[in-house]
Design a protein around this ligand. Structure first.
Ligand code: ATP
Length: 597
């Protein structure tokens, strides 16, 4: 959601946003109703005070006993204070519950957003919606609504009582109030606009910082601290300016609501004084009316604050709603049956896929991955290899064509099922903040210690873990920053192997390993592929020369497929790749070139 800074047109009233806002209050309607009743009682107690005061004043100079009315007045004051306290607790608790509900819902939604959403959305802004916008919503959906209803009802009650005291004075009061309402109608939408801008700017701060802190080493290595600080400052300044505009309008609201009472007081004093002088009104009634006029300040401020909170909440509600409307993977929570133990055959038929606004990444890819074998996918950078894996994980859906696992289209499986069947080690293999053990057991929390030891040995992580003082309980830091690139890769592979998968997708899995560890890992993958269909993407052909099948992708199409030996002989591009990686000689001699590792 972007609101251009030069757009000064206040947004139109958004019924959908209001409905959503009230929707957050709905589950708490009973407590809110109780709170409203308490508020009204407190306000009623306040409202009755001038009447009681009038009767106290009326008895002055007479021989009537003052004790009763004074006691009543004290009880009203005490009762009102007590009700206000209880009420404040109820409202605060409800607003905390509202914000909890919003944050839970948003967190749930964000974690399930489609991968494609993260291609164009900033995680920083998304996080700000959970942390910051929800707070704005919190006050609007509870305090705001109650203040609005309470303010309106109390104001209406005051008007009724005032009109019965003296209709002429009430009419004068009403004229001032109508003028106030007109001013508010102009100011309130601007408060909403300013509040929305402030929230958008807070989201920008989140985006800038997330971008910078997520790549802090690159930022420092490039000496970009000053530039990034400037970017953060711009976002902070935008938030400040929007906040200032909001504060200006907020101040205008309080001036108007304060002036409205003072103005009414002057009008009533002038007109009422004239009525008293002409004998048309008693002095006690004028004083009571004036007390009502002062009492109006409370419902007026309640009403204006309620309306202000509501306007701010409406802006936040739009940003929160947007998250609800972003496309989600709805099927990741479905129960998953244990996958079959036999390694399946995978077949791609005319698979096409295009990222929005790009040339086709896959332009009709067809090949077969035999069950329980290793197939390697190779090709120049940008050929579409990772995209193929993304489709196999159902991160994206093919435009056309099908991907079959043992003859069944994976589109007919839930995503939960596809991902349970197909283990995937992504290209950068990030580790999650937590311990090495947490990372290993990430997909298999109940993994047996023996199995953990086994995968550690397989991936040669046993040495590392053995040397660490805390062993598996060693923290890896955010994104696994305290591990080396190769260790992170092996950890990711160990995590995948711990699930005992029947299909294993390794994207550049061995790129960061040294020759010794690469060899060990090759053996591990070889062992895994005894029970597993393995599909591996490799830039270094040395890691795939032994694969039963190598598929060479070029510009999103299968250019050739076969063994290393046949491809070196039959395909120019493959031979070129092999030569540059010292895996073939300049002239194909028919001999199988020796692998370097
Ligand atoms: N999320 C994305 N949004 C838009 N375009 C993308 C996205 N991911 C990849 N691409 C584009 O799609 C094409 C294929 O990319 P892909 O990552 O599949 O290639 P690759 O063969 O895996 O490359 P590499 O070996 O360099 O990882 C490239 O042109 C790339 O720029």
């Amino acid at each position: 959601m972007t609101i251009p800074s030069d757009d000064i047109t206040p947004p139109k009233f958004d019924r959908g946003a209001l409905r959503t806002l009230l929707g957050y209050a709905r589950p708490h309607r009973t407590v809110l109703l109780v709170s409203l009743v308490l508020t009204l009682l407190a306000s009623g107690a306040g409202l009755a005070q001038p009447l009681v005061a009038e009767s106290v004043l009326g008895t002055l100079g007479t021989d009537q006993n003052l004790t009763g009315p004074l006691l009543l007045l004290s009880a009203l004051l005490l009762g009102a204070a007590l009700l206000t306290g209880i009420n404040s607790w109820l409202q605060q608790r409800t607003s905390e519950r509202v914000v909890r509900q919003v944050r839970r819902r948003l967190s749930f939604a964000l974690i399930r957003l489609r991968v494609s959403e993260f291609d164009h959305r900033s995680p920083g802004d998304l996080i700000a919606r959970v942390t910051s916008d929800s707070t704005v919503l919190q006050s609007a959906a509870t305090e705001g609504v109650i203040m609005l209803v309470n303010g309106s009802l109390t104001l209406a009650g005051s008007f009724v009582l005032m009109s019965t005291l003296h209709f002429g004075l009430f009419a004068a009061t009403a004229v001032v109030m109508i003028a106030v309402a007109v001013v508010m109608r102009v100011v309130l939408p601007r408060i909403r606009l300013a509040s929305t801008r402030a929230q958008v700017a807070v989201g920008e701060i989140g985006s800038v910082l997330e971008r910078t802190l997520g790549a802090i080493r690159t930022v420092k290595a490039n000496g970009a601290e000053a530039r990034e600080t400037e970017a953060a400052d711009t976002a902070v300044e935008n938030a400040y300016q929007a906040g200032l505009t909001g504060a200006r309008y907020g101040a205008a609201v309080s001036v108007v609501s304060g002036l409205s009472v003072q103005l009414t007081f002057l009008v009533v004093l002038g007109f009422g004084g004239f009525l008293v002088a002409s004998g048309a009104l008693s002095i006690a009634s004028l004083i009571a009316f004036l007390l009502y006029v002062f009492y109006l300040s409370s419902p007026i401020s309640s009403l204006t604050t309620g309306l202000t909170l509501l306007q701010q909440g409406l802006g936040a509600s739009v940003r929160v709603n947007e998250v609800d409307e972003m496309p989600r993977e709805e099927d990741v929570d479905l129960p998953v049956a244990a996958p079959p133990v036999a390694a399946p055959r995978i077949e791609l038929r005319e698979v096409r896929f295009t990222y929005p606004g790009r040339a086709p990444a896959l332009g009709g890819v067809s090949f077969e991955v035999p069950a329980g074998r290793q197939t390697a996918v190779v090709g120049l950078s940008g050929a579409g290899k990772s995209t193929l894996f993304a489709l196999l994980q159902r991160f994206y859906e093919p435009e056309s064509g099908t991907i079959l696992v043992d003859g069944t289209d994976i589109a007919t499986y839930s995503r939960a099922e596809v991902r349970r069947r197909i283990a995937y080690v992504e290209q950068d293999a990030p580790a999650l903040d937590g311990t090495i053990g947490d990372n290993l057991r990430y997909a298999e929390p109940a993994a047996a210690p023996d199995d953990i030891e086994q995968v550690l040995r397989t991936t040669r992580l046993d040495g590392l873990v053995g040397r660490l003082e805390l062993g598996l309980d060693t923290q890896v830091g955010p994104r696994g920053v305290t591990l080396s690139g190769g260790e992170r890769q092996r950890l990711a592979i160990a995590r995948a192997l711990l699930r005992k998968p029947t299909v294993l997708l390794l994207d550049e899995a061995t790129a960061q390993l040294d020759a010794r560890n690469e060899q060990a890992l090759r053996e591990a993958i070889d062992r895994a592929s005894e029970h597993c269909t393995v599909l591996v993407i490799a830039h270094r052909l040395s890691t795939v020369t032994e694969a039963e099948q190598i598929v060479l992708l070029e510009n999103g199409r299968v250019r050739a497929a076969g063994t290393h030996a046949t491809l070196v002989e039959t395909d120019d591009l493959y031979r070129e790749l092999a030569i540059t990686q010292l895996l073939a000689q300049e002239e194909p001699a028919g001999d199988v070139p020796a692998a370097v590792s």
